[in-house]
Design a protein around this ligand. Sequence first.
Ligand code: ARG
Ligand code: ZN
Length: 844
Amino acid sequence: QAILLADYQPFPFLLDHVALHFKLHPTQTRVTARLSFAPNPAAKPGQDMRLDGENLILHALSLDGRTLAHTPDATGLTIPAADLPDGPFVLETEVEISPETNTSLDGLYMSGGMYCTQCEAQGFRKITYYPDRPDVMARFDVTMDTDMPVQLSNGNPTGLGAWHDPWPKPAYLFALVAGDLVAHSDTFTTMSGRKVALNIYVRPGDEGKCAYAMDSLIRSMKWDEEVYGREYDLDIFNIVAVDDFNMGAMENKGLNIFNSKLVLATPETATDDDYARIEAVIAHEYFHNWTGNRITCRDWFQLCLKEGLTVYRDQKFSGDMRSHAVKRIEDVLALRARQFREDGGPLAHAVRPDSYVEINNFYTATIYEKGAEVIGMLRALVGDEGYAKALNLYFDRHDGQAATIEDWLKVFEDATGRDLTQFKHWYTQAGTPHLTVTDDFKDGLYTLTIEQKNPAAPGQASKDPKVIPVAVGLLNSDGAEVVPTTVLELTQERQSFAFEGLASRPVPSILRGFSAPVILERESSAEERAFLLAHDTDPFNKWEAGRALAKDVLMRKVIAGGDTPADWLTAVETVTFDETLDPAFRALTLRLPGEDDIAQSLHAAGHVPDPAAIHSARRAMQGGLAGHLAKRLPALIDGLQTPGPFDPGAVAAGRRALRLAALALMARLDGGASAQVAMQNANSMTEELGALAILLDVGQGDDAAAAFRLKWQGDRLVMDKWFGLQVVSAAPDRVAQITDALTKDPDFDWKNPNRFRAVIASLASNHAGFHHASGDSYRLLADWLIKLDPVNPQTAARMSTAFETWPRYDADRQALIRAELARIAATPNLSRNLTEMVGRMLGT
Ligand code: ARG
Ligand code: ZN
């Protein structure tokens, strides 16, 4: 049942050309496919032809015009070698499918009355019989027969509903859209002078919400030319927004399809975080045109080849557009919250896994975000110039190919002369390395000794040491930098690095910029952390010092109780009111570590986390901070207003973030009176929603929430936020009951993934509530996974990761969660997706 990397074999036939015709109908769509094959000289001759196909009704099958009588099975169709000619041949099929009843949102389906597709990873086999694997690349011509006014597919248009894509592509990049849509249009002229028509298609009424997405697209196209020398390669680039979508978005050639929440934005309806996400995902999908489409993956084990690289690229783009320091901090926060969590539990897997049951279960933080970190490390090791040379060689050598991680590493070796054998462990070994650092100073010689431990992961007991770039800088006691950032290359289990000629013992700033995705353990005093928070020249480590300090304080509070130490309060106060610092950075420093983060750290330190204790300790710490800053908060809040027309830029967003952080503290002192005023005067969704969240958090938000609902009833995306907030802000002992009530709300459309996630994923993110000792939340989540699975197995499986942290907790909670996982596993006809996830979590 498991697919193995070691079993890879090329497809025995080359596919030169594909002609598809769609006669669209909600329940009886007819798909005709003409596939022009030839034997693949790289494969063993005389093999059968196996085509993938699921939920298809076969109406006609012929080869070079002669009818064949083979009967498909549940997963495809085999044409025996005896029926296949030695030379080229044309296979023609006609199948029937039902988009309207396709609730999996995979393949061809309907959303809000329009036809649309999602084919990655294996959706094309729900459209027609086909070798549905990324190393089979073909040129496509598509025609369709429908009354829908807008009819789109990949490539360049050749008539209404007729499309020609000159670039050979795998089936997962196929897309078709037909609907009653309107376009927000613009143009872009590429660096070589090609004029490209740009369109963002949305439902009528939404055309006024596309300006920011279009602006982001144009900036992305320009950035890829300037930074990577990559230009767009068709006459038209289309984006379509759909309301029902399992993931964020999809990079189909020339026809990106997006979850509407990552396209539609106005100041009144979208938060600053939404704007930033839209900019990042528009860029991500656009960048895939080179890293993913022109060069694709040989097989799905190589998924990080396109995803890690494209995430790395979109992170740098966002940094260039906004602030590298703030972007890096946010990316590391997300990496720790999602990838470290995954890497430390039963779902840990390598950046390039070597086996899977259901590939859709591997669109993970490890493949995406750790995959991006690995590229950042590679760049740190070979330098900016080496990286540029390697990337140029990659594009030259592999354009038009389906490549592997071996190919990727080889271009770096060839371009830079560096041996990457040891570096490759980052791709093949799961788990987060732990670094311990000790230091020594004598006669002007400062020595850092670094030790790496690579913990066991599922199926991987012992591991070899990795190459780890550790960026280090040294400060003297006046706060001056005496050794600027230097990248140490740790290649052994334990290694010492010496710095000579120092006048006094320096303060080390280690792992600057978070130069490797590792857990750094170093005995460090509160004084040293406060010193780095005040003086470090590396903005990431400056923030990290404050973060580590806050974490130490909070963890000690959870374990031993007691007061919030004054030195932490003073250190945070200094940063909060330091006008020379970016407000966004100050807002990040004011934000306390989350409850799940603390649970993760307590577990790593050998404690059993108590969710209720973490919750109350964190609230007490917030209260202490509010009390300490009390006198200075009103002026801060006042001074950070952003009057005038809305500006989605990073500077204004940073001011709003700091203002809301201050309002949240203020609410602990004034019972929400200031937040109440802020909500009334809000001139953006950021402020309106932020203030509502604060009111709900202090238990004063019921009226405001009701008014918000009345005001925004007609806007699906804003209502998702409303649903989510009710659950996120619910008290731990009430969250199961509140969530259950929301699922009975007439507006809870559980088949819409955005709405489902707004409620159910929020339940899982309410740490103390989800892990309430009653087990009510566990049961409620399991009930909903069981209900969703037959309708939308991809989203059900993804949501099940809420349970992945079970080994952290006490025996009672472990037993409760395991019982729910066992109950899910015992459900008849459970999908392959959810079966695999539950099995991995239970270790069965
Ligand atoms: N390639 C898409 C992206 O990262 C994600 C598509 C994932 N789809 C899925 N069904 N797993 O932009
Ligand atoms: Zn992607």
